[in-house]
Design a protein around this ligand. Structure first.
Ligand code: ADP
Ligand code: MG
Length: 609
């Protein structure tokens, strides 16, 4: 028997590793199963380079619980270790045998997807154990050995008997960690970290993993059903995905994966953190914020890259050049895919737009490269629901009617087609094209694109300038006499609302008697303030600026002017103004109550007359 002290640089490093190596204690399972996978993969490499010729047996990893002995055992049939190797790889903390192996067999064989490289993983077992045993028999012709350590820097190493080649790691679970003696808990952890490991992992009679997940295969080997099937494996309860992108790069970083675009029916269903980050098929995290650009966080699926530095801090990740390149690569792939679907299957693209649009717009606002691509495939939905325009198509179709004096195309939009219907109808009668901008991101999208798209501005269909878009559309003279006009102006002059500008115009007799509009800019500022834009609260407190256009050609005014009773005239005019405000959701509180009371009063008056 050999006895000795574990050699570490700093005396007190061991307890530190024990306690603080990982904040999540459950990670010890990932580390130990990864080591078992590495040992098995190494053996396969040795076979493929002709260095091992013996009987392989069943190359699988087993996880066993013994509740009575309070042990958790992880066994593999990999390369095993000789006494010298245990001394070298285990007794030297932070010496990685994985790294050493990789360097030796670089470019040889086919089993070189080794997980470890920090040389610390094994010690995570002490986070949950009083004592850890290693019983191991090397693939080389050497006696089996048993190593044991109780978590102090003292270990024992002795010869033992073991029939099969490979390693058993026996953890004597400590009192605080008894949760790891619960079958269900172990099952859950194994399913989380080991679901796609390349070597079979068995717990009880059940195999935990799919050793050959779709992302590790070549796209040419996979059918649409394979991709959909894998999606179901990842998210058993989700609707089928809309489309997917198979990622596959070797240089300048290595990355594989499949990203799926989920069906989004309602914006509140958007789920983030649905992308799993893997390293050589070991699950690492589902927090991929730094690696995947934020606007792509709605995607689901798997990214696997051994090149992402996993054990370092998040703030470091953000500055990592590989991480930046990966993020740019994913953005490019997604842009290309959307462009491809748009060009090859426009109808299918339009059908999916409800789901795609939200994130496409968000992407265009936040990523200039993505925006460049998006300019071609972004589509805008006509309020009539049967038609979509790209920016270019909209420009072409509206150039004749919707160009203002600065030569800018005015994109007319509706945020609430039902509420804004009267304006939409009026604009349509003039031949204008109106698009729907009614999703979560549209207000911000409009603001951003106005500064990015040249010679384009947006105007809401009920804005004050819609009528002035085209010069020849000037209103005609009103049918009223000058005296009647003067009287009407006077009646409207009594309106008590602040910041209301009243203008008399001779519009068509079918147009509403009073039309309320708000200056586009002020309305947008207030909308942004209401949505909680930073630095915008000042706008929220501003009184609303409202323009009222009185359509002097509406027949109701002749009727009102013929009314004898001045009081009733005023009330009726006030009601017309209130109705216009009401249609814009601008009549609230005491004004609304007054309107209701006044309406009842006027109706009673009608009865008595
Ligand atoms: P890393 O995996 O990063 O190299 P670990 O602390 O997890 O570091 O493991 C240290 C070394 O111990 C490994 O590189 C390997 O050489 C050896 N080792 C650990 N577990 C096993 C095992 N189950 N079979 C064979 N060797 C192992
Ligand atoms: Mg390891």
């Amino acid at each position: 028997m050999q006895k000795g002290a574990i050699r570490v640089q700093t005396e007190n490093i061991f307890p530190i590793i024990k306690k603080f190596l990982y904040s999540d204690h459950e990670i010890f399972i990932r580390e130990l199963v990864s080591n078992a996978v590495d040992a098995t993969q190494k053996l396969k490499t040795l076979v493929s380079v002709g260095e091992f010729k013996g009987d392989l047996g069943a190359l699988e990893i087993t996880v066993k619980l013994d509740k009575e002995k309070k042990t958790l055992t992880i066994s593999d049939r990999g390369v095993g270790m000789t006494a010298e190797e245990v001394d070298k790889y285990i007794n030297q903390v932070a010496f990685s045998g994985a790294e050493e192996f990789l360097n030796k067999y670089k470019g040889q064989g086919d089993g070189t997807n080794i997980i470890g490289h920090f040389g610390l993983g094994f010690y995570s077992s002490f986070m949950v154990s009083n004592e850890v045993e290693i019983i191991t028999k090397s693939h080389k012709d050497a006696p089996a050995v048993r190593w044991e350590c109780d978590g102090s820097p003292e270990y024992t190493l002795e010869e033992t008997t073991k029939e099969d080649r490979g390693t058993d790691i026996v953890m004597h679970i400590n009192e605080e960690s008894e949760e790891f003696l619960d079958e269900h808990r172990i099952q859950t952890i194994l399913e989380k970290f080991c679901k796609f490991l390349p070597v079979p992992v068995k717990f009880g009679d059940k195999q935990i993993n799919n050793t050959n997940p779709a992302w590790t295969k070549k796209p040419s080997e996979l059918t649409a059903e394979d991709y959909q099937g894998f999606y179901k494996e990842l998210y058993p309860f989700s609707e089928p995905p809309l489309f997917w992108i198979h990622l596959n790069v070797d240089y300048p970083f290595s990355l594989t994966g499949i990203l799926y675009f989920p069906k989004i029916n309602k914006s509140y269903e958007i789920q983030k953190d649905k992308i799993g980050l893997y390293s050589n098929q070991v699950f690492v995290t589902d927090e991929v914020k730094e690696i995947v650009p934020e606007f792509l966080m709605l995607l689901h699926g798997v990214i696997d890259s051994p090149d992402i530095p996993l054990n370092v801090s998040r703030s470091y990740l953000q500055g990592d050049p590989n991480v930046k390149k990966i993020s740019a690569y994913i953005t490019k792939k997604v842009g290309d895919k959307l462009d491809e679907i748009f060009r090859n299957d426009r109808a299918g693209f339009e059908e999916k737009w409800e789901s795609i649009g939200l994130f496409a717009k968000y992407g265009m606002m936040t990523d200039d490269k993505f925006q460049e691509k998006g300019n071609k495939f972004l589509i805008m939905h006509d309020v009539d629901a049967s038609k979509y325009y790209t920016l270019e198509e909209y420009k072409q179709e509206t150039a004749a009617l919707q160009t203002n004096k600065d030569g800018n195309i005015i994109i007319l939009y509706a945020t609430n087609p039902i509420q804004q219907d009267s304006y939409i109808q009026a604009a349509k009668n003039k031949g204008y094209k109106i698009v729907k901008m009614d999703t979560l991101v549209d207000a911000a999208f409009i603001n951003t694109m106005e500064s990015k798209w040249e010679k384009v501005s947006f105007t809401r269909v009920d804005a004050d300038i819609v009528d002035n878009l085209i010069d020849q559309n000037e209103p005609s003279d009103s049918v009223l006499t000058q005296d009647q006009e003067a009287k009407l102006k006077e009646l409207f002059g009594h309106l008590p609302q602040l910041h209301v500008k009243v203008e008399l115009k001779g519009l068509s007799a079918e147009a509403q008697p009073v039309i309320v509009t708000r200056p586009e800019l002020m309305r947008r500022m207030k909308d942004m303030a209401a949505a909680g834009g930073s630095g915008m609260s000042w706008y929220a407190s501003m009184p609303d600026e409202i323009n009222m256009t009185v359509n002097a050609n509406h027949p109701i005014y002749l009727q009102i002017l013929n009314e004898g009773d001045e009081g009733r005239q005023q009330k009726k005019v006030r009601n017309l103004a209130d109705l216009a405000l009401l249609s814009q959701n601008l009549l609230t509180g005491a004004d609304l109550t007054a309107f209701v009371n006044r309406s009842v009063e006027l109706m009673e008056g009608e009865k008595n007359n």
